[in-house]
Design a protein around this ligand. Structure first.
Ligand code: MN
Length: 287
């Protein structure tokens, strides 16, 4: 029953997503403070977001993070609690042609997480879960904290807070730093691919003469997704021209003025270094 909502939302004859194996759920209970699987999937659906998933009691507890995780401890990233996903989902990367979540899913980071508390359920109930991540891009100490609610409905707000809003925050440590990790390391840890690469694997001829959607390959749904990918590529290029190479060139040159700054730069460098060898990373993670 753990995956009831997940399964209700999807038609597995039309979606390549895994339906989830109840035996896996049953076999993955009660891990205490053992390290368990975590991943972040970059998901271009109706809007771009990052799905943050952590294994607990046989499923992946999931939060949709619109802006993506930040390794800057000054940032508080909104994380909307969504339905539990199957553990097998953690390796999924591909194209959802239609239906719920239609678009492209990229495995953006993966690794293990370790609870910094003895009782994860109690921490979730309290709305304050501290954890250590050991991924390829995200590392060190983090917290997921449930917001207290917005109280009175804000003008233009569709509904009052329903308890699903959390914040994902990086704690200050050697792995925190001022680098924008989503810009610095935008690609897949599984395939090293971009959204375009992942889509082209599914529909090699959906792209033609730099005009997404104009190709004859794939069906109408895939051509629509190609348009979405192209729109995101354009928006990204317009917002930060050559942002990634600039960050790469600047980071090592920056002379830390204080010990605190030195730590931050070191952490950012570590994060950058860990994000760089993606091929080795993909191998280590298995398939
Ligand atoms: Mn999603």
């Amino acid at each position: 029953m753990a995956l009831k909502t997940y399964r209700e939302k999807r038609n597995f004859t039309r979606s390549p997503e895994p339906s989830g194996d109840d035996a896996v759920v049953a076999a993955s209970q009660g891990k205490g403070r053992e390290p368990r699987f975590f991943c972040v999937q970059k998901h271009l659906a109706s809007a771009l977001h990052y799905d943050f998933r952590i294994e607990h009691d046989g499923v992946l507890l999931s939060w949709a993070v619109p802006k993506g995780p930040s390794i800057n401890s000054a940032d508080k990233r909104l994380a909307m609690h969504v339905e539990d996903h199957p553990i097998e989902y953690g390796e999924f990367e591909g194209v959802i042609p239609e239906g719920y979540g239609a678009g492209v899913v990229m495995l953006w980071d993966r690794g293990t997480w370790t609870p910094e508390v003895d009782d994860v359920d109690a921490a979730l109930a309290k709305g304050d879960l501290k954890m250590t991540l050991d991924g390829f891009k995200l590392k060190g100490s983090w917290v997921l904290v449930r917001t207290k609610g917005w109280g009175a409905r804000k003008p233009g707000e569709k509904k009052a807070d329903d308890g699903k809003s959390w914040l994902l925050i990086k704690h200050k440590d050697d792995w925190a730093g001022p680098i924008d990790i989503t810009t610095f390391a935008p690609n897949s840890v599984k395939s090293d691919g971009t959204f375009r690469d992942i889509l082209l694997q599914k529909a090699p001829d959906v792209w033609q003469s730099h005009r997404p959607g104009s190709g004859t390959g794939g069906d109408a749904a895939l051509r629509k997704i190609a348009e979405k990918v192209a729109a995101l590529e354009e928006a990204t290029a317009a917002a930060a021209p050559a942002a990634a190479p600039a960050a790469e060139a600047k980071a090592p040159k920056k002379k830390p003025a204080t010990r605190k700054a030195a730590t931050k730069t070191a952490g950012a460098k570590k994060a950058a270094a860990s994000a760089a060898p993606k091929k080795a990373a993909a191998k280590r993670g298995g398939a």
